[in-house]
Design a protein around this ligand. Structure first.
Ligand code: AMP
Ligand code: ZN
Length: 511
């Protein structure tokens, strides 16, 4: 079996054949940093992370590129509405760059909480003006552009394949079916490549260009930056389904209009997160979006007592191409299921005598059954379980099926506890629920409770400080810095605190 992916371009599931054997370059549209990401946006990045880690699990050498949009994105995707960044900057009385910096940090803080790996290249639009201007120039040289009302436009009638991704019919669209028409546009689908004086005269960030001082349209940034880092022809491009009819359609026209050849081989799109209509929900039902005000952040979930990884678990419980309805009831189920999984893993680790997450060996590709037919050296049973997991992911990243394999592995009886722990840890390199770490923690807490340890009072600031010192002592001991370890133990003893080393790590009690 090989990896098979649903390609929006063909509307078919296709075998994934990389351009360069063993490698995969992919680009995911990143956030517009004018506000916190909502949990719908975060679905797009959990999906990207699943793609990233599945490819790595299967042995591909990946280059994952993601942009940060800090200019040019209007509230309407088709050049209508206000500039999102400018609007927030004006409301908050701060500069556009301050806003971008603040929300970029907030975005990566959410990404980290969700155990999403950072892309290999993270590129800010404001750092890539020369590339965007150069791409616009190529389009101009190829006869795809015109100037009107101070803006540089892409003329979609010069690109016969326009709309192929979304299967748009230009004739129907000409009849005015799609959007509010900008009077400068020759055709309703034409779009701006470069804005000068026509829009937002008070635009904070402008650059010199052959078309006058101004700023780029939103789509050109993704076309220019993806080609800079991945080349003019690359494997995969992703985004939410809302990007199919305008943003990705226009990116294709720009990239292929400039190079004259095929740009991306596989287009992958995640479905929406919507808000379920329930008695309990105070949010408006329907697609989650900032403009509708039914906007939940990850922090809101954390404030209600969920872990970010419960949300990850909730999302991966559905296939990325199915719509997912968010509700607090569904979050409760995800939380319970993740906790139950951790409890089972804790039993496996207890049986295996594992107390430290680092002690569980992750089976490297060479040691396990591999989808591409490479022979591994894991046990027959380990290979069989990992093969089942692989098969689920190979079927267009079927994460619900992959999760059910994980649920079955923890209950399996055909491996030793150590072997089972190794398979769990290997699967969790993709699912990233931190099950091994959480299970070790849970075993340690259980033991501390049995010993009557005070280590459990995490909300007490003094207890938190003592736990930190105990941890420092453990680190010092591991580093063979026994003088430091002994001095911490003595300081704690002077404060009436006894530290005991157990198979589950150090625990402490007050005298
Ligand atoms: P934005 O920051 O608005 O450019 O959106 C970031 C990503 O989130 C894009 O890939 C969107 O397609 C995606 N997205 C936006 N709303 C949702 C939603 N409700 N559910 C899933 N993905 C979404
Ligand atoms: Zn994009």
């Amino acid at each position: 079996m090989a990896l098979r992916l649903f390609n929006t371009m063909s509307r078919n599931i296709e075998d994934f054949v990389p351009i360069h054997e063993g490698k995969c370059g992919f680009y995911g549209c990143g956030p517009t940093v004018y506000n916190y990401a909502h949990i719908g946006n975060l679905r797009a990045y959990v999906f990207l992370d699943l793609l990233d880690k599945t490819l790595t699990f299967m042995g591909y050498d990946i280059t994952h590129v993601m942009n940060i949009t800090d200019i040019g994105h209007l509230t309407g995707d088709a050049d209508d509405g206000e500039d999102k960044m400018l609007k927030t900057a004006q409301e908050k009385g701060e500069s556009v760059l301050q806003i971008a910096d603040f929300y970029t940090k907030a975005f990566f803080s959410d990404i980290d909480k969700l155990n999403i790996r950072h892309p290999d290249v993270i590129c800010k639009a404001t750092d890539h003006l020369p590339e965007m201007i150069a791409l616009n120039k190529r389009l101009e040289e190829n006869g795809h552009t015109y100037m009107a009302g101070g803006n540089l436009y892409f003329d979609v009638t010069t690109f016969p394949d326009y709309g192929k991704l979304a299967r748009l019919n230009l004739e129907d669209l000409k009849a005015g079916a799609r959007i509010v028409v900008d009077k400068n546009k020759r055709n309703p689908c034409d779009f701006v490549l470069w804005f000068t004086k026509s829009k937002f005269e008070k635009q904070a960030l402008t650059w010199d260009s052959p078309w006058g001082r101004g700023y780029p349209g939103w789509h050109i940034e993704c076309a220019a930056m993806s080609m800079k880092y991945l080349g003019e022809h690359f494997d995969i491009h992703t985004g939410g389904i809302d990007h199919i009819p305008i943003h990705h359609t226009n990116e294709i026209a720009e990239a292929e209009g400039a190079t004259g050849k095929k740009w991306v081989n596989y287009w992958l799109h995640n479905e929406f997160l919507v808000i379920a209509k329930t008695k309990d929900s105070q949010e408006a039902s329907g697609k989650m979006s900032k403009s509708k005000g039914n906007f939940l952040t990850l922090q809101r979930l954390i404030d209600r007592g969920y872990s970010a990884l419960d949300y990850r678990f909730f999302l991966l419980g559905a296939h990325y191409r199915s719509q997912v309805a968010f509700s607090w009831e569904a979050m409760n189920s995800a939380k319970q299921a993740r906790e139950a999984l951790i409890k089972r893993v804790a039993k496996v680790l207890d049986k295996a005598g594992v107390t430290n997450p680092e002690d569980v060996e992750v089976l490297k590709l060479k040691d396990r059954a591999h989808a591409n037919g490479k022979e591994g050296t894991g046990t027959k049973e380990q290979k069989a379980w990992l093969e089942k997991f692989s098969v689920a992911l190979e079927a267009d990243l079927n994460s619900p099926k992959a999760l059910s394999v994980l649920q079955s592995v923890v209950k399996s009886k055909d491996m030793s506890a150590v072997e089972c722990a190794q398979v769990i840890a290997t699967i969790d390199t993709v699912t990233s629920f931190d099950v091994i770490k959480e299970a070790c923690k849970s075993n340690k807490k259980k033991l501390a409770r049995e010993l009557g340890s005070d280590d459990l009072h995490a909300n007490d600031p003094e207890a938190a400080e003592i736990s930190k010192l105990v941890q420092e002592r453990t680190i010092a001991k591991k580093a063979k810095d026994f003088a430091r370890a002994d001095s911490i133990r003595k300081d704690l003893a002077d404060r009436g605190i006894t530290v005991t080393d157990t198979p589950h790590g150090a625990v402490w009690v007050r005298d």
